[in-house]
Design a protein around this ligand. Structure first.
Ligand SMILES: [Zn+2]
Length: 258
């Protein structure tokens, strides 16, 4: 399974699904995870109505994002003409080139966006307006040249939606930032909330919202995670997913002054 954050899905809708094919961009995420949490639109791609070739400039943007956020390159998403919801022969060549140019990438995430391309399978996601994302991954073959294509399940992590619901439930506007928090060398999807005296870190596990996020509270200016207090959450399985975070944070002992 490959997990996409809701922010990435929104970016894909805005920059790819709501335009004519072929358009594309890069996908990144934390190393050693199956999460895609960053999308970079490829403005200067070489495209026609039937092909998409990533630009050289995109490679630079990928390297910059890898350095800045501690993320790794996961793959390329691009759109296809109506109903053509699988990689073309040209795409397979590009996937193979990408795998050989990025030895640090274990497999290449390569979704195709098409109108009317619904296969009804678990590697499909409905993007609305009859647009669909069909997920493929490319693996290096061992022992001989070439690649293998798989169709993994796709899932979406609604961390941004759920944070927005919580922020709206507060009486006062409050400063918050969605980003990453490094714990034991691994970047986790994270939201930092700050008020006059407090910093709250909300760290999303890979199996959110099945599992509750980790909540850390510290005095403002304290960036030492070890000195922050862990806040327990009541995580109620009977609450609908989008309200779980908001309801449990509001019931918790965190204090925000706004
Ligand atoms: Zn293609």
């Amino acid at each position: 399974m490959i997990i996409f954050t809701d922010t990435v899905i929104e970016n894909i809708k805005e920059h790819i699904a709501s335009h004519d094919p072929e358009r594309g961009g890069a996908l990144l995420g934390a190393p050693h995870t199956n999460i895609v949490s960053e999308f970079i639109y490829d403005e200067n791609a070489i495209t026609s109505s039937a092909s998409y070739t990533p630009s050289k400039g995109l490679t630079n943007l990928i390297r910059q994002a890898e350095t800045k956020n501690g993320l790794v390159y996961k793959g390329i998403i691009h759109s296809h003409p109506n109903g053509f919801n699988q990689p073309s022969a040209q795409d397979l060549i590009i996937f193979e080139e990408n795998l050989s140019q990025n030895p640090h990438v274990p497999y290449f995430v390569a979704p195709i966006v098409t109108r009317g391309g619904d296969t009804g399978k678990n590697n499909d996601m409905d993007l609305g307006d009859d647009m669909f994302l069909t997920l493929f991954t490319a693996y290096r073959n061992t022992g001989y040249n070439g690649i293998s294509i798989k169709k993994p399940d796709i899932s979406i992590c609604h961390s941004k939606r759920d944070i927005d619901i919580f922020i709206r439930s507060l009486n006062n506007p409050i400063h918050f930032e969605n980003g990453y928090l490094k714990i034991n060398g691994i970047n986790h999807i994270n939201t930092t909330i700050k008020d006059e005296g407090t910093t709250i870190e909300i760290v999303f596990p890979t199996n959110y919202p099945f599992a509750a996020p980790l909540i850390l509270q510290g005095k403002k200016g304290n960036t030492d995670l070890l000195k922050m207090e862990t806040i327990g959450l009541e995580w109620d399985f009977t609450t609908i997913d989008e309200n779980k975070l908001s309801i449990s944070l509001n019931k918790s002992t965190i204090t925000l002054k706004g």
